[in-house]
Design a protein around this ligand. Structure first.
Ligand SMILES: [Zn+2]
Length: 332
């Protein structure tokens, strides 16, 4: 097809790769910076179908690095998946887009993979706990996935198949630094580089070349790109890819109070709280069918339709627990 000619005449990808791409179902976990950029590239390239899962609404502070969103989306508190779906449909109406506005948790990830049956999964999340969970769920369902992360000016990408080394193997060797976008910031160029490299791994896999089997790291400020051959990193007693012990997947239930990036806590209420939000002692600043922006005792908060609430400006777990109890009591 003329539309895709320039990519299809690149011989290593070729018509074969293009045909595979047009018949591939890709699940993108997260519609923030990495997820939205991967989705845009794959939509422009003519992917068969994309299923995108995300639970956030667009905020003004996202716009410096999440190129597909605009001020109107932030003003309207648009869920990222809905705003993304609308834009992707304008870019390429041939791609089947399924947008799921919901939280990804240890309770639903396996079911989502089994229900939607993607051929491959792309990581667009922003925390390591979620990536351990994706690692376990994808290993259990035998679905390849591509890890991507960006913080500060640094990024890393690693594509993982069932045979490993898996993400758990890798993290035994490469320790977590505890850095996060909320604390350490993020420089927009590294987002584009990581998202591009995630898509590159996908294109290799699609066109029959297989994953690069390299851990790719880059720094968009010092201008460094390094690769590390990962074949030697497989842990022979890995709990996940050797012993199939899925610690994160099998955790009994989701917590009511959970620490997020920076000084943010996630509180989980019953979904009905969204409809009874006027009973809360909070002040509603702005709202739509998907989210309500509120303030309470100096805290900024966003309440979502499914009962989740992000509270900004909270430092202590004890304060978060107390806030949860106070608010929960008011809607009982
Ligand atoms: Zn492993």
């Amino acid at each position: 097809m003329k539309r895709y000619q320039r990519q299809a005449i690149y011989a290593p990808f070729g018509k074969h790769g293009q045909s595979r791409l047009e018949n591939t179902h890709i699940m993108i976990l997260g519609a923030g910076a990495l997820g939205s950029h991967c989705a845009e590239i794959l939509t422009r390239m003519g992917a068969g179908s994309l299923t995108i899962i995300d639970m956030d609404v667009v905020e003004t502070s996202n716009l410096h690095r999440q190129a597909i969103f605009d001020e109107m989306d932030a003003e309207q508190l648009q869920p990222k998946v809905i705003a993304l779906e609308n834009k992707l449909k304008l870019i390429n109406s041939n791609v089947k887009i399924t947008a799921l506005y919901q939280e990804l948790t240890n309770n639903n990830i396996e079911n989502l993979l089994k229900t939607y049956q993607p051929d491959i999964v792309i990581d667009g999340m922003d925390n390591f706990t979620m990536r351990f969970l994706i690692n376990e769920a994808c290993h259990k369902c035998q679905i390849p996935w591509i890890y991507g992360a960006a913080v500060g000016s640094k990024g890393s990408v690693y594509a993982i198949d069932y045979t490993g080394p898996c993400f758990k193997c890798l993290l035994e060797t490469v320790p977590q630094t505890g850095e996060s976008c909320a604390i350490n910031g993020v420089l927009p160029p590294v987002i584009y580089q990581v998202a591009s490299m995630e898509v590159s791994e996908l294109l290799r896999w699609l066109s029959g070349h297989g994953f690069s089997k390299k851990l790719i790291t880059m720094d968009s400020f010092t201008i460094d790109v390094k690769t590390l051959n990962i074949s030697g990193l497989k842990q022979h007693q890995c709990p996940v890819c050797k012993r199939q012990h899925y610690e994160y997947l099998n955790q009994p239930r989701t917590k009511h109070v959970e620490k997020q990036c920076g000084n943010t806590y996630l509180l989980r209420f019953n979904p009905s709280v969204f409809n009874y939000a006027t009973l809360l002692p909070t002040t509603i600043v702005k709202q739509n069918d998907f989210a309500k922006l509120m303030t309470y005792q100096g805290y900024q908060m966003t309440l979502f339709k499914d009962g989740r609430m992000n509270v900004y400006g909270l430092d202590e777990e004890a304060d978060a627990q107390q806030l949860f109890l106070t608010l929960n009591k008011s809607v009982k």
